[in-house]
Write a protein that binds this ligand. Structure first.
Ligand SMILES: CSC[C@H]1O[C@H](OP(=O)(O)O)[C@H](O)[C@@H]1O
Length: 371
């Protein structure tokens, strides 16, 4: 396991972190992959073995594993696992298999950019090795190595992002303690570890600057009540669970200093696709004059897309809305609409977009992509 041990150096505002994490959504070692089945949390902790790409696709589609970074990491690792076991007669057969499998993985869930972005990067990596006449065995080995590095790279990005975000919020609010509101789950269960928006919360808590964090239940999958509450209790972070419908009243009466949410796809102009309900929280935050931040490592950024208008919003099955934990709540044949995401326009992201490279305004983000 990896446990994060925080120590706050008295002579600087930097957080000293050593990479030991306690909550692991992904376990990978020497070609063996298993994922924490998040449909069973918080009542049951069960890991499911992923033996091939199809196992990975099904785990992502069913949301046993979810969260934009975790989706890409599990998808790509499922390919590494399958390549570890398969033999190929020559380079063309290996290359076409890799491309077909990566393309297939991008069909599991359309809104988060991470899987599609990783697939494009890995296909380009393989093509470059084919052009250099690298042997197909060496291609397999180098590709597996590149995929395996996604795990530590994600944790490293999250820690840097979280430090930038915590420092920016402290600088903006100008008080010793802050109260944060967050939505959905953006922690160790949505990433390789530490988290994005929840990573910012962890960093504020580690530096003793967090008064409290309010997390929304995040219907209908309940990422907040089942997953974020689980992580916050696990880490002994002062926190309060609220229903999605309570956000307005909490903003009005509980002294929220800032809102920090994650992202599934941030476009060039800063428009952000994130869990359904994010948009209305951003509108409420503007109404109450509360800075609204999006925490998103560059792996969640779609620099090739100008704005959020064309982002495909995934629609999930009606039963995920009409049933809770397998109990039928709404009438079985009730007409439903179950979009899993919405898009927050950049003008509502008033705090900034927190990345591992720093905190950007939407305009600065556009310049960053031009570099
Ligand atoms: C750190 S990205 C987490 C991001 O993914 C979640 O969606 P889902 O649980 O459906 O995969 C949500 O939008 C979070 O902000």
């Amino acid at each position: 396991t990896i446990r994060i041990i925080h120590s706050f150096h008295p002579n600087s505002s930097r957080f000293i972190l050593s990479p030991i994490m306690t909550l692991q959504s992904i376990r990978y070692e020497c070609g063996e992959l298993s994922i924490l089945d998040q449909l069973l949390l918080p009542h049951e902790t069960a890991y499911e073995r992923i033996g091939c790409v199809e196992d990975g696709w099904k785990a992502i589609r069913s949301m046993k594993v979810r969260g934009a970074p975790a989706i890409a990491i599990v998808g790509c690792l499922s390919l590494a696992v399958e390549l570890h076991k398969r033999e190929f007669p020559d380079t063309p057969s290996l290359s076409s298999f890799i491309k077909a499998q990566l393309t297939h993985l991008t069909t599991a869930r359309p809104t988060a950019v991470n899987m599609g972005k990783s697939a494009a990067i890995l296909i380009k990596f393989v093509d470059s090795m084919v052009e250099q006449n690298v042997s197909h065995e060496e291609i397999k080995s180098r590709l597996a190595g590149k995929i395996e590095r996604m795990l530590p790279d994600d944790i490293s990005d999250n820690m840097k992002l979280s430090e930038h975000g915590a420092k920016h919020i402290m600088g903006r609010i100008g008080q010793d303690k802050v109260t944060i509101l967050t939505h959905c789950n953006t922690g160790s269960l949505a990433t390789a570890g530490y988290g994005t928006a929840l990573g910012v919360v962890r960093s504020l808590h580690a530096a003793q600057h967090l008064r409290e964090v309010y997390c929304t239940e995040t219907r209908p999958y309940n990422q907040g009540s089942r997953l974020t509450a689980y992580e916050l209790m696990h880490d002994h972070v002062p926190s309060t669970l609220i229903a999605d419908s309570m956000v307005g009243l909490v903003m009005r009466t509980r002294g929220i200093s800032a809102v920090v949410v994650g992202a599934d796809r941030v476009t060039r102009n800063g428009d952000t696709a994130n869990k359904i309900g994010t948009y209305q929280i951003a509108v409420l935050a503007q109404h109450h004059g509360i800075p609204f931040y999006v925490a998103a490592p560059i792996t969640c950024h779609d620099g090739g897309r100008l704005d959020g208008e064309s982002i495909v919003i995934e629609e999930r099955p009606p039963h995920e809305l009409t049933c809770v934990a397998g109990v039928q709540l709404a009438p079985k044949d009730m007409n439903c609409w179950n979009p899993a995401f919405d898009v927050t326009p950049n003008e509502l992201i008033t705090g900034g977009i927190i990345t591992e490279h720093g905190v950007f305004t939407p305009h600065q983000l556009n310049d960053f992509h031009d570099k």
